[in-house]
Ligand binder design. Sequence first.
Ligand code: C2O
Ligand code: CU
Length: 499
Amino acid sequence: MSQLTRRALIRGGLGVTAVATTGLLAGCTTSSSSSQVGPTASAVAEAEARRRSASGSVVRAKLRPRPVTLDLGGRTVSTWAYGDSVPGPLLRATAGDVLKVAVDNGLATDTSVHWHGIALRNDMDGVPGLTQEPIGAGEVFDYEFTLPHPGTYFYHPHSGVQLDRGLYGVLVVDDPAEPGSYDEEWIVVLDDWIDGTGRTPDEVLEELKAAPSNGMHGGMEHMGPMTGGPGDMRSEILGGAGDVEHPYYLVNGRTPQDPVTLTGRPGQRVRIRIVNAGSDTAFRVDLGGHSMSVTHSDGFAVAPVETDALLIAMGERYDVVVTLGDGAFPLVASAEGKGGAALAVVRTGSGPAPGASSSPAELAGRVLLGTDLVAEESVRLPQRSVDRRHDLVLAGTMAPYRWTINGKTMEDAEPLPVTQGERVRLRYVNQSMMFHPMHLHGHTFGLVEGGARKDTVVVGPMASVEVEIDTDNPGQWATHCHNIYHAEAGMMTTVSYQA
Ligand code: C2O
Ligand code: CU
């Protein structure tokens, strides 16, 4: 089974080209040494049964990924989206509910839907070749799982670089016990955009892989092995800031030329749920004229911190609370190290709208990262000694375009074994000059020493981050860089429950 799984995972990639995975999902044991707890194992159903509560409701939704033509604000593109809009429909339920989503694939190719950040049953995690068969063109797949924890989450395909099309949407899980000390709620989805502007994300990936002869970054001389990222996209905090020059940056599917307007009243307290759905861009976010109180990271409460600006990497989500001033203000998400920005307008009164190239002073102020935060007491992992440790060494080269964990791309990756009921410490060790937002499926880890509970964490250039999980969700779980181009170029492996 491990051979089969591993091979299926690569062909599936983040995940997919059509591959015969017959037997994969049947819990077969073709390899003598393996006793992997597969997606259809009884332990997976048992874990789900423990999550179900009698009081939960069933929330139903439909998603139809399909080709569309969209106006992004002064720019019309042909792309793929869930229905008629980017982002796709907002899905919303309460912790303890069962979410049932029928995915009706209107694309001419395979797809899948991954529920990013949700500690769900393994067979609903949406990773083709690892947890399910791909959803073929014209096919329908019914996802059904319990939502165990409140928070801000999102959904996207786990198939190739489809996330860098318009295929993403937000999933909010409300907390029945939330005091709700705010008057309004806004949802802000950040994205870097290239699809339909001359190249598709698949073509971008092909060009990266065709290096060094290809000069898409204006010359390869800046990037030796392990530098990561072309010389003109660098950040003091992140090192190499990205591999792809996206021509547009969006808030809620709109360019700064014709932005969304978020409205409120002076003095109101607003909770802003911010999601970075970008593929290759971290954003430095700031609301002009305001400071932000950061209350949640990746869905889980943190000890609130006031900040001017917040750095949000791909796959991360933050909830912040602001007290609104009077007027019109720019909410700016500057593409870190890339020199572009996304914009929304916040309006509580009269006055001219901020211009497309607004750059509030707060952007140069204090910048907070997820690794600076401390978990709120109630969401800390209990004190416990570590039963098992795994290192994940992150490295790569631009030419050839290849990103690895422990020296292997995902096709050769050795799964990291765990068993149920352990405290496991994972150490992400970055041996490249470029940041990697590392994501783990099916679990929310705790950064060691009381740091935030998160599922996606920035590992800075040549830096290490240690996290712990309690292995309470059996199955086969991807862990990978949420730079979608890095993941597709190999930076992915599996945390593999063994019986
Ligand atoms: Cu949002 Cu495997 O990722
Ligand atoms: Cu990466």
